[in-house]
Design a protein around this ligand. Structure first.
Ligand SMILES: [Fe+2]
Length: 293
């Protein structure tokens, strides 16, 4: 395993630089609708591994082109997968509506949470709700050594978001809900870099601790993970594509109070959600119902 610590090799292939004024993330100037050689793909993957988040501006992509671009970084789910959907507060086929989304990894409550996500801005009014990203790799590195050692052997249980305005707990779950246990410290594929795997939205409890002790520990971890210096807030412009490592990077958004906001979402993962939870097909209908509320 080799840790990617600088951008020099990839910058020789692409015009890539840290996103201006951001805590993390790399902006790459290239047209993702094109085709890439294997060395170019590896250079892009090296940039992706470094910060877990890349920004490409000024793109013009069909859904299939977006999927092909995502597939460079991790296996993208197929075009007809329902994990590839429109996030919108205005389009009829859009999901998630206007509501706030607390910091989360996507589907941490299944055995194999998605590997990555990508949002491509189709229509975004100026000043419309941003997307915030928190880096759980640098978040882990910022913890004191004794805290790193304390949480390394720990596991936590993750549940579906049911509370929405605060962290969901086991007692918030519906009887049919899934949940999953994952290590509190994950390792980034290919680099072995550790990251915290606990989120504000869906991490119910640390295994083996009382609920008060678990709450206290999670609060301590979140204070570092969600510190302002560990967050990148992306203000959308049409044509932006942001792609991120769903395990090492978390995302959130505020309530959309005004403006049109339509993003094309593509998901990367070894398995889709419904491949892992085939009895949970009503969930997709629920997403649409929430959007319609
Ligand atoms: Fe999400």
């Amino acid at each position: 395993m080799s840790e990617v610590t600088d951008m020099s090799d990839s910058s020789a292939v692409f015009d890539a630089k840290p996103i201006a004024g951001a805590a993390f993330g790399i902006e790459v100037a290239t047209d993702l609708s094109g085709t890439f050689s294997e060395p170019e793909k590896e250079a892009l993957r090296a940039l992706y591994r470094r910060d877990g988040l890349l920004l490409f501006r000024g793109q013009k992509l069909s859904k299939s082109q977006q999927i092909a671009a995502c597939d460079i970084f991790a296996p993208a789910l197929p075009e007809d997968a329902i994990e590839n959907f429109i996030v919108s507060n205005v389009e009829e086929d859009g999901v998630l509506g206007d509501r706030e989304l607390l910091f989360h990894n996507d589907v941490p409550f299944v055995p194999a949470p998605f590997l990555g996500g990508a949002l491509y801005a189709l229509e975004v009014d100026a000043g419309v709700s941003t997307t915030r990203f928190a880096n759980a790799m640098s978040g882990f590195e910022a913890l004191p050594d004794d805290m790193q050692r304390r949480i390394e052997p720990m596991n936590a249980i993750h549940v579906r978001a049911r509370a929405f305005t605060r962290r969901s707990k086991l007692s918030d779950c519906e009887p049919q809900d899934n949940c999953a246990v994952h290590a509190l410290v994950g390792m980034q594929e290919d680099t072995g870099r550790p990251y915290m795997f606990a989120c504000m939205d869906m991490t119910a409890q640390v295994i083996g601790l009382s609920e008060p002790d678990s709450d206290a520990l999670l609060e301590q971890l979140f204070a570092t993970l969600y510190a302002p210096e560990n967050i990148y807030e992306h203000s959308w412009q049409a044509g932006d594509l942001v792609i991120w490592d769903n395990l090492a990077i978390q995302h959130a958004r505020s309530e959309i109070v005004s403006g049109r906001r339509t993003l094309q979402r593509v998901t990367m993962g070894k398995w889709g959600y419904w491949e892992q939870c085939p009895v949970d097909l009503p969930t997709f209908d629920e997403l649409h119902e929430q959007a319609a509320e």
